[in-house]
Ligand binder design. Sequence first.
Ligand SMILES: [Fe+2]
Length: 493
Amino acid sequence: MKATLVNRVHSTIDPADDHPYLNGAWTPMMEEWDAEELSVEGSLPLDLDGVYLRNSENPVHQPLGKYHPFDGDGVLHAIRFRDGKASYRNRFIRTQGFLAEQAAGRALWSGLAEMPSRSERPGWGAQGALKDSSSTDVVVHAGRALSSFYQCGALYQLDPQTLEQYGPADWNGSFPAEGVSAHAKVDTTTGELLFFNYSKQAPHMYCGVVDAAGKLIHYQPVPLPGPRLPHDMAYTRRFMILNDFPLFWDASLFSRGLHVARMHDLPSRFALVPRPGVGGDICWFEADPTYVLHFVNAWEEGDEVVLNGYRQRSPMPPPLAGAPRAYAMLMAYTDLHSLKPQLWRWRFNLRTGATREEPLDEGISEFGSFNHRNAMQPNRYVYSALGEPGMFLFNGLCKHDLRNKTRQDLSFGAGIFGSEAPFAPRKGSRADQAEDDGYLVTYITDMNRDRSECWVYAAQDPGAGPLAKVRLPARIPSGTHACWASSEELASH
Ligand SMILES: [Fe+2]
């Protein structure tokens, strides 16, 4: 491996801070690396051709008050596979907040778990007074990686391979003042970016569409009854699917500046918003109360719109038993075994207005991926992350076969934690012949050997273990959202 330490950022985190999300597999890294000719255990498939990008919440400064693991500064990790070889880079996303705190030499914003009044600078986003960390998600649109923040903010643009940075997207001056939430979607059939945002101010939510050339072509309100906490969206050929779940702010505390969410005695609601050129009004559908962090795929089937996602059986869990008291609530809300998400299906009938829903799997799983060549059409396979009990860490993967109603689980091993594992189609494969003809790619944080690797599995049999383990130049912290961009997508701009 040829590894170059490019930069080390100034950090003020107290090494003695015992916060569970500042230690162990969540210990942040302060180095930026370029590495080529990465050493490989096993062998990299010659037909794995593209880039795996992962964002991370990577705090740099000692927090102002209580720390929440979603507060950290965004760091993108990019590993490029081609001709059986791999190269890697990571970079802090040069957000306005990151640069301001580097200049100040300390934290200037309080986080999600702290009073906004402790922030020393105004913030942008659904919460107000939060730093726009751009640390939640990453997608590749119009040839650029776009990093995003779930509380709504800018979309920071980077080259998906070199991680050269181009600052926030402007969309020729039309970037919305309300910002953009994490989990914007790229429809690779049209080249469009579909997005939403949400805020404290009425109408509380908007959605929009950016075309393949990076021009905002659609922006419309999706009025909600009050401030809500939507996290993800889905789409079909004709609709964007947005949501209004009964987990949202406690109004009496909210008016005093305290951000505490609770379940209300209300149904779940889903909005079907016609995409540009389709015409018609927003259609709302009701469903059983729950909360959903992430959806997997959606499509149209006769009169119905079908939506797959992870329905939480316990959206408002009790404090995590056995956790340090100061962190017990925080840890419950970041523990999949407390929230109990399971793969679920909703069917919205456009003719009758009725909703039907059913479980697709009884087990706990989340952070799904699938072969995006099957986006907007029925897909057979879903690949989910499995959670380590008690911590927001992924300790394995699961392949769901929705046709045969079976699942195959694999564990990374004790003390080894992964990331969201997108499906990477095998170069030359055809999704209409074998939907699972490709690979699953994930970064690994190995606490036993104090190292990180990128593991590549054959999606047709992930239980057989990784085909390749690619060594990274340093141990990287646990992280969440990731994407795969194929060489065709990288070359098409
Ligand atoms: Fe998310």
